[in-house]
Design a binder for this molecule. Structure first.
Ligand code: SF4
Length: 693
């Protein structure tokens, strides 16, 4: 590896992992924390050890092509020529939609943008989606419905630091993003932190009130708290009258969900529901924050709507010092959903079925709007269709490891195997890359510049600090190389990130996520720019909705939603509920963090958390191995007996590969609005490793 910067000169950058995008300095490969508002100078163990990824021996340094069953090194020209030729053949035989593209929420804004453009312009396929569909899509659907716009946190994270009450639902930041916890300090000290989570997590340990509903019953819990709030006359009538619409229809539903009835469904005491209502209503500044635990359900978007309804009844959204927000997970989970790698979107958070949006974006791209494809399949539906008679026969995956991260993962692997062509661009041989016909080695994090949009909607510049090893190329160069081989003019697919960003600005101009006023120079100067930034002189929008919401009449919308429970209830054969999540030391599919020795030494294998009585009933002992079996498959995991677990629920982290994949179990039942799979609830049984119960 060659250092482009003087080794002793620290490059100001951001962590490669989660959406907190903690500030860090990189000197060579040495990481040091850097003062930045989201992390306040802190880093978690993943961030501290991230420099080792830059020298991992597992790094891919040359393209690989499958020959006689084995992946063998190839030149870039041979690899790209082969991919372009096979794409052309597949499309000739099966039509434009015969080729699919799958992106990722960790890609920079520039890559997300160019990937969507590549799919729509170079391939002219509608079959493009990304793994963010598995991450934040339910919150996005609910946010768009309520506010007319979806920005994870519509306020700077530091605002939360002044709150005396925070309702945190389905989030465990003490493990997933530890520096976040400093922003909850005041609420914790004031006795105002309430955590909703079926597990007693390290975050729940710090809460005044921990509500542990049965997985899949959060929506009922939100209705119960709303009922208590309204029945006790604690809701903000003036705010509801002036700033919202639709309260009456919501109350007609919530009126039927008195807390004692909700207690019978959720297991959360009616008194606790009333205490939460009083605590939030009595707070001077309060926030309602949701995350994957409450969002990754087949009723995820309705569940988030129910929490937003509660926030609206409290008068929080759009009030300075209070609000509702979703905690985005992946590094560029926010930007990744704005620039057009989603099946139904064009850049600027525009809808692909909106004629005005198509015209605007087509003009920026220099194509006829009629040539742009329409909406395609959502992520799981796309994976499920691969290789089927009506589905794509080839797929290009960028920054995504679906063999580990998609639900019903054995089936997804089978679909991938059925393809005529699988191409994966990654910087290590992920489990998905290992199945590919062609693997393209691409740059990581500190090896190129690019922008990310963090969980607050703030755009950050990640600076290049090192040259990549071997023959590694940027994803942008890969897309450009393929586009040219598919007949596109070179200038239509630039390889320089700043040039791509300049075009992205134009494509986003006038859209909901308007980046047109952002430049690399402004970011280099350290300006804190939160979208929308609709012009060069615009200072950005750190706090949204203070005067009006993004609907035409300026008012937020209550959504009439009702409890309907998990898609797959437990029964005699599968009597336990499995829920999945993350641990501190691993990130997403683990393709990166499993390469870091310090992290793997702490948690390097799958485990299943289970109540000791449940373990004993199933013949399992702490420290032994269990088989966890669902209707879709089975996985093996080390037993951890945890007395605070609900006896009806087991928990598995989803970072581990092969036979330890938690997603071998999960249910791909989809939310009707967001197409989010039900990662957080499936029915399972436990057996000993040899199969005896
Ligand atoms: Fe910060 Fe997230 Fe990186 Fe940890 S993983 S250092 S919380 S950005």
């Amino acid at each position: 590896m060659t250092l482009t910067a003087e080794p002793q000169v620290a490059v100001a950058t951001h962590c490669p992992y989660c959406a907190l995008q903690c500030g860090m300095s990189l000197s060579g490969t040495a990481v040091a924390p850097r003062e930045f508002p989201t992390n306040g100078g802190g880093l978690c163990q993943k961030g501290w050890t991230s420099g080792s990824l830059l020298t991992t021996p597992a790094r891919l340094t040359t393209p690989l092509i499958r020959v006689d069953g084995d992946l063998v090194p190839a030149s870039w020209d041979d690899a790209l020529d082969l991919v372009a030729r096979r794409i052309t053949e597949v499309q000739r035989e099966h039509g434009r939609d015969g080729v699919a593209v799958f992106g990722g929420g960790g890609l920079t804004n520039e890559k997300s943008y160019l990937l969507g453009k590549f799919a729509r312009v170079a391939l002219r396929t509608s079959q493009v989606d990304y793994n963010g569909r598995f991450c934040m899509s339910s919150a996005a659907a609910a946010g768009n419905k309520a506010f007319g716009l979806d920005r994870g946190l519509p306020f700077p994270l530091t605002d939360v630091g002044d709150a005396d009450a925070v309702l945190l639902i389905g989030a465990n930041p003490a493990e997933t993003m530890p520096p976040f916890m400093q922003h909850l300090r005041k609420a914790i000290d004031a006795g105002g932190l309430v955590v909703v989570d079926p597990r007693r997590t390290p975050t729940a340990e710090q809460a005044r009130l921990h509500l542990a509903p049965a997985p899949g019953t959060d929506l009922a819990l939100a209705l119960g708290i709303l009922h208590a709030l309204v029945a006790d006359g604690l809701f903000d009538r003036s705010y509801v009258d002036k700033r919202t619409r639709g309260f009456e229809a919501v109350w007609q539903i919530a009126a039927r969900w008195w807390p004692e009835r909700v207690e019978r469904i959720t297991g959360v005491a009616a008194d606790d529901q009333r205490r939460v209502a009083r605590l939030l209503a009595g707070a001077r500044n309060a926030y309602v924050l949701t995350a994957r635990g409450t969002e990754q359900h087949a009723s995820g978007s309705d569940t988030v709507s129910a929490w937003i309804n509660l926030a609206l009844a409290l008068g929080l959204p759009g009030r300075a010092g209070s609000g509702y927000g979703c905690l985005t997970g992946q590094g560029n989970g926010q930007g990744g959903r704005e620039h057009g790698q989603k099946a139904d979107q064009l850049p600027g958070y525009r809808r692909i079925d909106d004629p005005g949006a198509r015209e605007h974006v087509a003009r920026v791209w220099g194509v006829d709007p009629a040539e742009l494809p329409g909406p395609g399949r959502s992520a799981y539906e796309l994976l499920d269709a691969l290789g089927t008679p009506a589905g794509p026969k080839a797929m290009l995956a960028f920054g995504s490891n679906v063999v580990v991260s998609a639900p019903r993962s054995a089936h997804v692997a089978e679909r991938l195997r059925s393809l005529d062509l699988l191409v994966v661009a990654d910087f290590v041989l992920s489990e998905t890359a290992a199945m590919a016909d062609v693997v393209l080695p691409v740059m990581q994090w500190a090896e190129e510049s690019g922008t990310m949009t963090n969980l607050e909607g703030r755009i950050l510049l990640r600076r290049k600090a090192l040259d990549p090893p071997g023959e590694v190329r940027s994803d942008l160069a890969v897309l450009a190389g393929l586009a040219q081989r598919l007949g596109q003019p070179a200038e239509r697919f630039p390889v320089h990130a700043e040039t791509v960003f300049t075009e992205l600005r134009e494509a986003s101009r006038g859209g909901l996520a308007d980046y047109s006023g952002i430049t690399y120079d402004r970011l280099r100067e350290g300006e804190a720019l939160y979208w929308p930034v609709p012009g060069p002189g615009h200072a950005g929008t750190p706090r949204m909705f203070l005067d009006s919401f993004a609907h035409a009449d300026g008012r937020a919308r209550f959504a009439p939603v009702d409890h309907r429970g998990p898609a797959e209830p437990v029964d005699d054969e599968y009597p336990l509920i499995a829920t999945t999540g993350r641990v501190l030391q691993q990130y997403q599919s683990g393709a990166q963090t499993r390469l870091v020795a310090e992290l793997n030494a702490v948690v390097g294998e799958a485990f299943v958390e289970v109540h000791p009585d449940t373990a004993a009933r199933n013949g399992l002992a702490h420290g032994g191995w269990a088989r966890v079996v669902s209707r879709r498959g089975e996985t093996t995991a080390r037993v951890r007996c945890v007395p605070s677990m609900r006896p009806d629920t087991v928990f598995l982290p989803f970072h581990f590969p092969g036979a330890q994949r938690a997603n071998l179990l999960t249910n791909p039942a989809l939310d009707p609005a967001s197409r989010m799979p039900e990662f957080k609830v499936c029915a399972v049984r436990l057996t000993t490793e040899d199969g005896g119960a």
